[in-house]
Design a protein around this ligand. Structure first.
Ligand SMILES: *Cc1c(COP(=O)(O)O)cnc(C)c1O
Length: 425
């Protein structure tokens, strides 16, 4: 199963490390990966990340660098930025942020001073650490105030958001999150942000691919700034982008460099450009819609098997399962599913009565399995495996987990993942 010829120099120079890479490739081949922030990139994206562009320093921006020899790098970065502008319909794109967290930190640097009030969704309600949560630099250096979801619907209560904004007068309002199974109402957030004169930041890290493919409403023109990772539903390399109208271009660019970062990762920029080229193809629209169709089908199948889903289902790629009624804690379920070849993460659910490192839920999603070509017809089987895995976790039945693992591996073998050893492309 290993691919000894795919990195012959690495295998010769450092067999120990090469063996770990091969083992990881095997794991990604044989398991059903349901972590909603993960995906499989194409072989083309993978190749771009392994190019000699990584040897080059290029602090500054295209045409205004602090190093010579930028003939090719400037064109790579312009290509990536132009493609981002075309795919998302924005006036400005900065493709240099190293990842989603530093991209968000750059937004603070651009529009706020230490100690200023900022507003975001609370982490245990589905928000991200970098939206002002206490343990994050954004919560230590700024005054984070947090909104949540309603206890009865698990959806955002815009009256609560508006009241909080009017009372606290935040400089920045973040919308979007990491465990939000429902459509983000960018227009409703924009109305509140305008009322309190705050900069609205739409963090579409999770849903960027759905937005690009027309399977989730776009934050354009509602948000002042759009922050995104490139490696989740967008199916690019690990990286991030900041996008905006022209009026915010300067402060954002200055915040990324020289405010926060040094040289951009040019090999990553190249791979972002490739991913955006792929996202501009008609087939990517099909992909984005298939991700959502699969998630909705999977949610229906899980509900039919007696699972409790936060907010009762999903509008996007993500499902948050509250396992309280099954009497299996999230961490125990996640670890058992891992032994069954199904990779998920344990997660808090809104108003969780358990601790964050041992919460009540698991978070799953369909971007990766859709990249392997699985469709709605496979979702009853996937729901069945999850059910058997969670039940086996409760009963401590290791044999049942082993049986599921073998069945999963068989289906995965029939659906090679992009970029992996069995990928025919
Ligand atoms: C993943 C994520 C981030 C952070 O991205 P990293 O690349 O892990 O730093 C930021 N915001 C949201 C909403 C995310 O889902």
């Amino acid at each position: 199963m290993s691919r000894p010829l795919s990195h012959p120099a690495l295998a010769a120079a450092d067999p120990e490390l090469a063996a770990l890479v091969d083992a990881e490739e095997r794991l990604q081949t044989e398991t059903l990966r349901l972590i909603p922030s993960e995906n499989y990139v194409s072989t083309a994206v993978l190749e771009a990340t392994g190019t000699v562009l990584q040897n080059k320093y290029s602090e500054g921006y295209a045409g205004r660098r602090y190093y010579e020899g930028q003939q090719n790098i400037d064109r790579v970065e312009r290509l990536a930025a132009d493609r981002a502008k075309a795919v998302f319909g924005v006036e400005h794109a900065n493709v240099q942020p190293y990842s989603g967290s530093p991209a968000n930190l750059a937004v603070y640097l651009a529009f706020a001073e230490p100690g200023d009030t900022v507003m975001g969704m609370a982490l245990p309600m589905g928000g991200h650490l970098t939206h002002g949560w206490g343990v994050s630099a954004t919560g230590k250096w700024f005054r984070g105030v947090q909104y949540g979801v309603r206890a009865d619907t698990a959806r955002i209560d815009f009256d609560e958001v508006r009241d909080l904004a009017l009372k606290e007068r935040p400089k920045l309002i973040f919308c979007g999150g990491t465990a939000v199974p429902r459509t983000i109402d960018f227009a409703a957030f924009a109305e509140i942000a305008r009322e309190v004169d705050a900069v609205l930041v739409a963090d579409i890290a999770h849903i960027a691919g759905l937005v690009a493919g027309g399977a989730h409403p776009s934050p354009v023109p509602h948000a002042d700034v759009i922050s995104t990772t490139t490696h989740k539903t967008l199916r690019g390399p690990r990286g991030a982008m900041l996008m905006s109208r022209e009026q915010y271009a300067k402060p954002l660019d200055k915040a990324v460099f020289p405010g926060l970062q040094g040289g951009p990762h040019n090999h990553t920029t190249a791979a972002v450009a490739v991913a955006l080229h792929e996202a501009a193809q008609p087939s990517f629209r099909d992909y984005a819609h298939a991700v959502v169709a699969n998630a909705k089908a999977l949610a229906e199948q899980l509900l039919a098997r007696g699972f409790d889903l936060v907010s009762g289902g999903t509008d996007n790629h993500l499902i948050l399962m509250d396992l309280t009624p099954k009497e299996v804690p999230g961490k125990i379920a996640a670890k058992a599913l891992d032994r069954a070849g199904i990779v998920v993460n344990y997660n808090t659910v809104p108003f969780d009565t358990r601790k964050p490192f041992d919460p009540s839920g698991i978070r799953i999603g369909t971007p990766s399995l859709t990249s392997r070509g699985l469709g709605t017809e496979h979702m009853p089987q996937v729901a069945d495996w999850i059910t058997r895995g969670v039940e086996a976790a409760g009963a401590g039945d290791e044999d049942a987990l082993g049986t599921v693992r073998a069945e999963v591996a068989e289906l995965m073998a029939a659906h090679p993942a992009p970029g992996l050893v069995a990928d025919p492309s």
